[in-house]
Design a protein around this ligand. Structure first.
Ligand SMILES: *[C@@H]1O[C@H](CO)[C@@H](O)[C@H](O)[C@H]1NC(C)=O
Ligand SMILES: *[C@@H]1O[C@H](CO)[C@@H](O)[C@H](O)[C@H]1NC(C)=O
Length: 325
């Protein structure tokens, strides 16, 4: 009797130890993360499955080879004004890492500003033109509310200042070359002015292109050309896992005197002029397939938790078998 009770206590103790040494969270974490991390671990050079992610040169990556250019020629020809579709930005951001927060704008059908990027024709940059022109957030106080609305940092709740700082240091300091943009407040105000004037959702709506639809790049391009009379540059993120191109950014171009011009001749990541019947489209989107203009960030495809209890029952059985044999 005594020894049986001892045996029981021993079994219980061993069981608890086993449970402890294989924490439940490990099981669930590894189950969940394999689907997401697998690819990244296998291809450490590639930062995501969105292999259309083309904006390394001109978006917010801080390690930047073009920084070296900053001592050289800071002249430029064209201002690229970029609006982004927040749903696609957030989807991509979250696919890179499901733990990353993304704050979508409150309003529906609301394109937001990414930046104003001075650029030479047929070249990237210049970037980071003036190291003494420090970013001073207080200079933006008069327009901060509007910036929060129209030029938000989607990637994180509290980092709005970070996006503005980056855009200013990398692009604003180069835009300073023209008087209309020669300080922080002017640079950001210009973005707001253009955002009010060129409302991308309306431009697309006017050609019956609404969120939650699939369209050819040609149709999107036509909609913009119809509304503006100038050629834009149209950017997609390609989700290789599901084989879907997502509409990501639409860029329009301005001269040094801030007049709307064709984007012809700008060099933008992997966007190139593509010949189509009736003209040329500057884009990185797959020209032959439909581009999805999503209305919602697709839900995370987490593996369900049903495995968890089974795994543990199995472990317990295994343990008991080992113990009793
Ligand atoms: C760089 O920025 C500083 C501070 O705003 C300004 O005084 C200076 O004139 C700028 N230099 C050039 C070359 O634009
Ligand atoms: C658009 O295409 C995607 C991907 O093929 C598909 O899942 C979706 O249902 C399509 N949406 C519409 C409105 O046709």
């Amino acid at each position: 009797m005594q020894s049986q009770r001892f045996l029981f206590v021993a079994i219980l103790a061993c069981f608890l130890v086993t449970i402890k040494s294989t924490p439940l969270s490990d099981i669930s974490d590894s189950d969940e993360s394999t689907s997401v991390d697998e690819k990244t671990q296998k291809r450490p050079d590639d930062d995501s499955e969105f292999d259309g992610f083309p904006f390394r040169e001109d978006d917010d990556s801080l390690q930047d080879s073009s920084r070296e250019m900053s001592v050289q020629d800071h002249n430029w020809d064209v201002l690229i004004f970029t609006q982004q579709w927040p749903v696609t930005t957030c989807y991509h951001w979250r696919e890179e890492n499901p733990d990353q927060e993304c704050s979508l704008p409150q309003k529906k059908e609301f394109w937001t500003i990414h930046g104003i990027w001075p650029t030479k024709l047929h070249q990237m940059g210049p970037n980071f033109c003036n190291n003494s022109a420090n970013f001073d957030p207080s200079k933006l106080n008069p327009i901060e509310d509007r910036l929060e609305t129209f030029w938000p940092d989607l990637k994180g709740m509290d980092s709005t200042e970070w996006l503005w700082k980056h855009e200013w240091q990398k692009h604003g300091t180069c835009a300073m070359l023209v008087e209309e943009l020669d300080n922080e407040l002017k640079y950001f105000e210009q973005g707001l002015t253009w955002r009010e004037e060129y409302i991308m959702s309306r431009i697309l709506d006017a050609s019956d292109i609404h969120p939650d639809s699939n369209n050819t790049v040609a149709a999107i391009n036509n909609a913009i050309v119809k509304a503006l009379g100038k050629n834009p540059s149209i950017h997609c993120l390609y989700d290789g896992k599901h084989g879907i191109s997502y509409l990501s950014e639409i860029r329009i171009c301005f001269s040094k005197s801030l007049e709307l011009i064709d984007c012809d001749g700008i060099k933008q990541g992997d966007a190139v002029p593509v010949g189509v019947p009736g003209g040329t489209i500057i884009t990185n989107c797959h020209i032959g397939s439909l581009v999805h203009y999503p209305s919602l960030v697709p839900p995370l495809q987490r593996k369900s938790h049903w495995k968890l209890p089974l795994v543990n029952v199995y472990k317990l059985l295994q343990f008991l078998m080992w113990f009793t044999l």
